[in-house]
Design a binder for this molecule. Structure first.
Ligand SMILES: C[S@@+](CC[C@H](N)C(=O)[O-])C[C@H]1O[C@@H](n2cnc3c(N)ncnc32)[C@H](O)[C@@H]1O
Length: 298
């Protein structure tokens, strides 16, 4: 399924885009949000498009080339946690706004071949980076070499998994016989560890384990913290940051990070903005999305 941008109208409005300004899309993917930013920026503007997924960035490049009167666009294959270095290299001191629409896209979930979804049988990589280097930690590494207590802590800490200890134990018991190599082997291991009532709930019983592993592989909370703490140094006065999260751990990290900056950043919307019923009906993936907006004040 192709990715439908989430909270598009709300986030673009939240950025309060200035024609001719400089904006960063930290999670460009296939340019769902970037296209709208580019249209509003006009020829004199600048747009920096960051993503760890190289394949997605080349799709974004094609799409953005079709925008009339497009701004100057830079495509950067990197982690957004390096935003300060990225801007330094581009000789940009400060920007008017940044957008981060966290997590993964529908294409990455359905068919990246990297094992993000428990529905398709794929190898357990789970790196956002489409071309991970040899020494990058993968889900396979975590499952087959990390300790039982660390795996349990990840499942509980990153995804509030109720059966974290039972699942971690089952992973260790299984890997002694044979390494866990595929998503379906992992699903099978979880299924054997949790009670029947948990297997028959509306939310799939493997959801939290997959989410927690993906977060650990990509150090997602660390990246979010780095991004949020660099906001005061990269935003102009009056510059805006719009951050869309998809689950409570992510949202807590953003909310706390912004709170720590209250001397220099004003929270624009006291309560997170959530999608309308119409958006959720049209795009069920949007149902857990929350948008937080902050503005640099001095
Ligand atoms: C939800 S998608 C963004 C979708 C996009 N806004 C759209 O509507 O088309 C999130 C994207 O962020 C990327 N990503 C996640 N964490 C990242 C990080 N730390 N640095 C750079 N890119 C990241 C993923 O590879 C993915 O392409």
């Amino acid at each position: 399924m192709s990715h439908i941008p989430v909270l598009l109208h709300e986030s673009i409005e939240g950025l309060a885009i200035k024609k001719g300004g400089i904006y960063v899309d930290c999670t460009t993917n296939r340019a769902g949000h970037s296209i709208e930013i580019a249209k509003l920026l006009g020829k004199k503007g600048k747009l920096i498009c960051i993503d760890l997924d190289k394949n997605a960035l080349s799709e974004a490049k094609k799409k953005l080339s079709e925008v009339k009167n497009a701004p100057e666009v830079h495509f950067i294959h990197s982690n957004f946690r390096h935003i300060q270095d990225i801007l330094n290299k581009l000789k940009i001191e400060r920007v008017d706004g940044i957008l981060a629409d966290l997590g993964i896209s529908s294409e990455e979930l359905d068919a990246s071949g990297r094992g993000f979804s428990f529905r398709t049988n794929e190898k357990l990589t789970m790196t956002f980076d489409s071309n991970p280097s040899e020494d990058e930690t993968t889900a396979y590494d975590i499952l087959n070499s990390w300790s039982e207590s660390t795996i349990a802590d990840i499942l509980y800490g990153f995804a509030d998994e109720t059966y974290s200890r039972r699942i971690a134990r089952a992973i260790i018991n299984r890997r002694v016989i044979k390494p866990i190599e595929t998503t379906h082997e992992l699903v099978d291991t979880i299924a054997n560890a949790v009670p029947a009532s948990y297997r028959h709930r509306k939310t799939h019983f493997a959801t939290k384990t997959f989410q927690a592993l993906r977060m650990a592989v990509n150090d997602e909370l660390g990246s979010i913290n780095d991004l949020v703490s660099s906001l005061p140094n990269i935003l102009k006065e009056g510059g805006r940051a719009c951050i869309i999260t998809f689950h409570s751990t992510e949202d807590r990290t953003v909310k706390q990070g912004l709170r720590n900056l209250e001397d220099v950043m004003k929270i624009v919307n006291k309560k997170a903005i959530i999608p309308t019923d119409e958006e959720i009906e049209m795009n069920p993936r949007a149902r857990s999305a929350q948008l937080r907006i902050a503005e640099k004040i001095n």
